[in-house]
Design a protein around this ligand. Sequence first.
Ligand SMILES: *Cc1c(COP(=O)(O)O)cnc(C)c1O
Length: 428
Amino acid sequence: MKNSKKLFAQAKKYIPGGVNSPVRAFASVNSVPFFVKKAKGQYVIDEDNKKYIDYIGSWGAQILGHADNRILKVLGATMANGITYGAPCKNETLLAKKITQIYRSIEVVRMVNSGTEATMSAIRLARGYTGKDKIIKFNGCYHGHGDSFLIKAGSGASTFGIPDSLGVTKATARNTISLEYNNIKAVKEAVKKGDIASVIIEPIAGNMNFIRSEKNFLQELRSICTNNKIVLIFDEVMTGFRVCKAGAQKLYNIDPDITTLGKVLGGGLPVGAFGGKKEIMNHIAPMGGVYQAGTLSGNPLAMAAGLKTLEIISEKKFFDMLSKKARQLVAGINKVSKKYNLNVTADSEGGMFGIYFTKSRLKNMNDINLSSKDDFLDFFNYMLKHGVFFAPSMYEAGFISSKHSKKDIDYTIKIFEKWAKARQLLLD
Ligand SMILES: *Cc1c(COP(=O)(O)O)cnc(C)c1O
């Protein structure tokens, strides 16, 4: 860690906290981060030349693994014709068309540069369309760092104990109602009071670890929104192209009004998107009165990487293969955990998984707070020391890429078993 430690000290001089996104700082795992020198396939290599099996993959974006040759090739060829135009190009239409082919609920879609932009724009649109002000979100869900969403937010905001960020005005906070995940009664009561423009939800939550919504809950949400002219937004920035090709909405067979996308969609480049029914989307400028724009939106590099990624993950059996890998990992963890009677449970859907430091699966944010932080910290640091990189927070999900091999997974389970043995001795 010698070189990484030095680099982190230098970074802290010029960058707040030494990082450009808080969870990267490793502060929540009582540690300092390694600095990445390079990444290829399922591995990252740090500045001290230590190699890790990477179960983060840039928070899920790298579904094909790092620096996939097919993506590199297409980026090189595209770049030769210019990096950004600020004027329309063909690939924008091709990518938009591809998204509408994959997502039944999306008729038209607009590209932005991050998930945060997608969700911010989506709720502005919902407000403009309905003429109402309030939004409902759920405790522990993360929708990027827009002001309206930093109320009981998940991900880094929970990790660092600041789910309600400073700097969000009271007026903004008042218009966000944050309710318990999977609790339909709370939604009904809030809707009764009126003025709800939108309900936004991660249909499978990946920013308070990995938590499934219950099918009844989502179905009822759908009908409540329909009956009250509320725009239902599925934030699939993480789950889109990840839990299966067409996201959680396909698994649950429920169509939202608007979907937000990101992460996998950019193939590693900064991309987000929001799309849905024409009737709603046509309220965006230049057609309608809801303003939204972007200097680099739809740039040719990002569009090319996205198109190629979607082409590859659309290959037959891609998701069967990816899901199988995640299930092998999860089954191994559950088996070892049972054998050593540990408070660890794992679950997965497609190429996304969760490891909980409790005896059973989780239902909402309160359940995570019941899990053992000590067990998690010990687990995280042990795995990292042995070259396995999981998210440095109990509030994050894990991600597998198509490049992870059976060997990588077996190795991970082997190290996990070593940890389990040591942990059991310690706890006995
Ligand atoms: C990552 C994420 C975002 C924010 O995307 P950024 O690209 O980090 O701005 C929003 N919603 C969900 C569900 C996410 O997982």
